[in-house]
Design a binder for this molecule. Sequence first.
Ligand SMILES: CC(C)(COP(=O)(O)OP(=O)(O)OC[C@H]1O[C@@H](n2cnc3c(N)ncnc32)[C@H](O)[C@@H]1OP(=O)(O)O)[C@@H](O)C(=O)NCCC(=O)NCCSC(=O)C[C@H](O)C(=O)O
Ligand SMILES: [Mg+2]
Length: 303
Amino acid sequence: MPALSLDRPRRSALYMPASNPKALAKARSLPADIIILDLEDAVAPDKKDEARDAAMALLYSGGFGDREVAVRVNGLDTPWGAADLEAVALSGADAVLVPKVNGPQDVLRYHEALSHAPGDLQLWAMIETCASVLHLDAIGALSKSTRLALWVLGLNDLAKEMRAKPDASRSIFHPFMAMAVAAARAHHISVLDAVCNEFRHIDAFTTEAMQGAAFGFDGKSLIHPDQIAPCNAAFSPSAEELAQAQAIIEAFALPENQDKGVIQVGGQMVELLHQTQAQALLKRAKRMGLLSGSDEPSLMSFS
Ligand SMILES: CC(C)(COP(=O)(O)OP(=O)(O)OC[C@H]1O[C@@H](n2cnc3c(N)ncnc32)[C@H](O)[C@@H]1OP(=O)(O)O)[C@@H](O)C(=O)NCCC(=O)NCCSC(=O)C[C@H](O)C(=O)O
Ligand SMILES: [Mg+2]
C-alpha cells in the first residue's frame, strides 16, 4: 500500500479540465498543493480521448515540484473509465481520483483494476452519492487493505441526487461534512472539502473555505486559480494559533508543570491533549514552510 502521506500539506486541490490547454499550461506554476487533472465531468463526451492524451502528455513531461498530481477518471461503468484507469496506472501520477463511488465494493473494484500499477499510486475517492455518505465507515475501513488514502466531497452531485437546494451556509450538508471528516480521521485518511462554484466572489469563497477549515478538513477542492491563495490561507494555521500552540508547549515545559495533566495558559484550561494538538499544529506549520525547521519553532517568518 502507498506510504501514509497524512502529514503533507493538502490545503488546496485545483481541478483542471484536461481538455483545456490554457489551464494545463498553468499546472506547474500555480501554488496549489494538489493539481487534479479532470477527465470526468469537466470534459465533454466527444473530447474524452483527446483530454486523456493531453493529461498523459503533461504527466510524462513532469516538473510539478512539490505538488501532488491526481487524475480524476471517468467511472468504470462509462465508455471511457477502463482506458482512463489503464493510462493513469502507468503515468507517474500520484493518485487516481475515482468518481461517484457508492460503497466499499466500488472502491475494491477500482483497487483491483489497479493491481498492476506501481505500489505508490494512491486511490482517492469522490464522496458524492447518497449511498457513499451512508457507507463512509465501510469505505474508510478499506484504507488498511487497499490504496485508498483520501476522499473528496462532491456536493454538486450530492445536491443533485438528494434534490437539495443548498444555500451559501451549506447547512443542509453539515451532517455529511462532519461525518466525512470524522470517518476520515477514524481511518487515517485525508479529507478535502467540496468546490465552491462562486469563483468570481472571493469573499464568499473565503467564508466557505474558513468554514471547511473549522470543520477539520485538510483542504478544499477548487475550480479557479483565484481561489488558491485564500484557500491556502484558510487552511494554514494563523499567527495567533501558532503563538498559542507555542505558549502551551512552553507552559508544559516549565519545571513546576512537569507532573501536571492540566494547567492554565492565558486564562484557559489546557490539558495534555492540547499539548499534543499544539505539537501537531507546529509540525503541520513546518511542513507548510511557515516555521523554521529548528526544534524551537520561530514565528519570525510568519509575523
Ligand atoms: C469556471 C471556469 C469555466 C471559468 O473559466 P474562465 O471563464 O475561462 O475563467 P477566467 O477567464 O477567469 O480564467 C482566467 C485564466 O485562468 C485560467 N483558468 C481558469 N480556470 C482554471 C483552472 N481550473 N485551472 C487552471 N487555469 C484555469 C483560464 O484558462 C484563463 O487563462 P488565460 O486565458 O491563459 O489567462 C474555469 O475556471 C474552469 O473550467 N474551472 C474548472 C472546472 C472543473 O474542473 N470542473 C470539474 C470539477 S468540479 C466538480 O466536478 C465537483 C464535484 O464533482 C461535485 O460533484 O461537486
Ligand atoms: Mg461530481
